[in-house]
Design a protein around this ligand. Sequence first.
Ligand SMILES: Cc1ncc(COP(=O)(O)O)c(C=O)c1O
Length: 929
Amino acid sequence: MKFAFIVHPLSEESKALWQMDDGGQLLSHWENGNLLEICDFVQSRMAEGVAFGGRAKNSPIVLDHFSGLKTTTGCVTEGRVYEIPCSPKQILEDPTTAIEQTQTAVKMAADWGAGIVGLGSLTSVVGGHGQYIAENSPIPVTTGNSLTVYAALKNLQHACNELAIDLSNETVTVIGIPGSIATAIARMLRGRVGKMLLVARRPSQRATRIASELDSELLFDIPTALAKSRLILSATSSGNCIAQEMIQTGSVVIDVGVPADVTRSTRRRSNVLVVSGGLVDVPKKFLGKSMLLSFHFGLVPGCLAETINLALEDRAESFSLGRDLSVERIDEIGSIATLHGFSFSQLSSYGRPVPDSLWASMNKVVGRRESEKFEDAHASSNLPQSRKGDLASNGNGQVAGQATNGHLSNGHAENEKENADHQKLKKGQQQQEKQRSNRHARTLFQRYINPVLVNLAEQGGLNKTFVRGQDSVVTDAEENHYLDFVSGFGSVNLGHNHPKIVQAVREALDEGVPGFSPAAINPHAATLAERLVSIAPAGLEMVFFCNSGTESVEAALKLARVATGRSGIVYCHGSYHGKSLGALSVTGNRNYQRPFQPLVPDCHPIPYGNLEVLERTLASRNMAAFIVEPIQGEGGMILPPAGYLAEAERLCRQAGTLLIADEVQTGMGRTGTMFASEQAAIEPDIMTVAKSLSGGLVPIGAMLARRDLWMKAYGTVERFALHTSTFGGGSLACVAGLATIETLVEERMAENSAKRGFQILEGLNEIRGELPDYFQDIRGQGLMIGVELSPLAESVITHLKRTDSTDMLQYMMPGMDTMIASFPAVFQMQMLLEHYHIYTQVTRSNPLVLRVQPPLTIDSSKAAHFLSSFSRTCRLGQKVENLFEEVITRSISGQHVSSPVAESRKETRQTSGPPITASGVEIDEQYSQ
Ligand SMILES: Cc1ncc(COP(=O)(O)O)c(C=O)c1O
């Protein structure tokens, strides 16, 4: 069914929004306008354009056309926006003309074939809130106000969730009584908030009746109401009634007024959240289907969204009319819109999505207020709880309450079916809540931890929030299970939450062991040190405990300098030893080092695996240490040439240089023996360990050194405390470390690592045999395996870069080259994750290398599952790349070819017969607990 929507220009002022400076840049007015004003401005511009084109300006015009709107549910519609030539002032002063103009527009819409017409802004206020228009209209009419109300409540709910405000403890002010939107909002809020204040412009019988119906205080003065509450919903038709200065710090204002109720001011407050209320986020597929829908982040007013939804549903009925909106209908239209993919969680403030900085500052203000409230209350009984019920989606509270009460309060189920339905409903609600909190975690991570990481991962479809882990399986909030082939970059060698480690830590907690007692003797640290020394390469007898790999490297570098009296440190290109200033100075990645220069002096990079250069560098005899990874992990899972480490050891000894083996990633059974040094037949002077020494539970790191070196460095009264760490050697970490070593040994995990590593390497080489061009190299030892894929063809890379003809992307995204370069490995990551539920990562320093690093506990069936899945994703990857090349070649020669992305989808679908679809299922069935 087609629809139409009627609007009017909102204000003269909004024209200023389009003003440009001398350089052609838009003036900052955009910052100060809200969405409706901006829309209005564009509308009036277009209207002018039409008028200049010769059409009369004193009759309605077609302002916009929405074509081909189709939802994921398969419903379609198209629509038109008509504008009547009356400003808000004219409409209020001369409603008769406005009604006539609206009727003309309705008639035009009906003639065009619209099955329903929505009334925007003030056209829905005059004429008995649409009633008069509807009575005289050839087609049904809706004010769209039901969805506006629903959206405004959802907006409030969302803001409260974000700010951890418990609505049931709050006083909420509703401004605009007895208007239809404000009144409906107040009715929906009833019983769901601590207290409600209603504000009317002037006394009236209707306002008094509403206040007594809702048992709420009625005020006629906005400043007084604003002083009494910090949650405000405002929906007047006059606009501009709330000055920014009146609003209390920490307030949230959902401004549904048209024009806006909160006055615009150039001074934007960071301690008040003003949201343009009642806006709805259209489904992504709609964007670009009209000027209005593409505009402003896909947000449209609720009244327009309601009209679109009724058309999508083929419901030619006057849905929202008159002053008294039905609470049930508000819920109904909200559910319909949700079903069609409309959403309400994108909040807009002054015409832009609420910026993270505003959320952060509001969170601080609100948090401070809550703790003050808590202190005032002097008791935990008043402790505010966040995120109680849902204001809108489960209806008005009455409806949801009835459904629940029917079962719970009666104490007995009427029949089994009802009971089952109830359980299903409950499960669905729990699931929804989990998903919601998952999305919230993503928002917070983006806001407070790393927005770039979140955005990048999202673009690659790799944003995952894992909420549980057991052995080699991690589970997300939607209860999807994934095989973990990353293992926390080698920190979960024993699998997630190994029961023996969990038990050891639990017992220590139950015993009440003191967590940290740095200057006292910690028996757990002592026992772990002894055990660690017993499994370490010969000669390593002294242990320093810390909390990370980086810290263990710091300790090693410092010890080497003090013990030798030399300052030089030799390290390898492509190495990774951590990112503190010292560890970074010996990390062979210029991208990591460059921004932090100058680094620690006298550190010398040499090529990994090159003995000649090592010998030359050591010849100065000023080198305290050579720090080296037995296998480079972050650098791309690179194995040195056979015999390299043993010869390096000999050269170091010869030059009086200490050999530091960084076994942070290679240690604890990862490469098939407890430490990789064993297989290289070396006895380093110093060794660093971390990651899996914690058993994947409590952070820990350790530096092991020869006794004589330690004594030289720290063995005097003045020096014994030169290098310390408060948390190093904490009880829980040591208890976990001890249980980890015992478990690794008892369960022969290093041996399993060797066996499964062999199986996987063999399988990978078979795949390579079938697709020789797709791989550059496959290498590894034990379960530290890297698959290096071939880069994209030069023609494809050049084309991808050229697609961005303005070079803007290069400018905006300095990492673009890396992103293009890493395409083959990222594609594999995506496919493995999406279709086979296998979680992998690429190595940071070489983005063409896919890590294959599962926990050491995996059995042969999981290894085989990985191999069969990877074989399919590689074949697909090869095909996609071939298609890319073909597309480019043909496009250069002007021939058409279907898009590689579409082809890849098709391919995935084709291969998604039992084995592939089963993979997700397989994982679910086989590996879920
Ligand atoms: C070999 C090596 N050394 C040191 C580190 C730094 O360890 P952390 O991240 O625990 O500080 C890493 C981390 O990946 C590593 O692989």
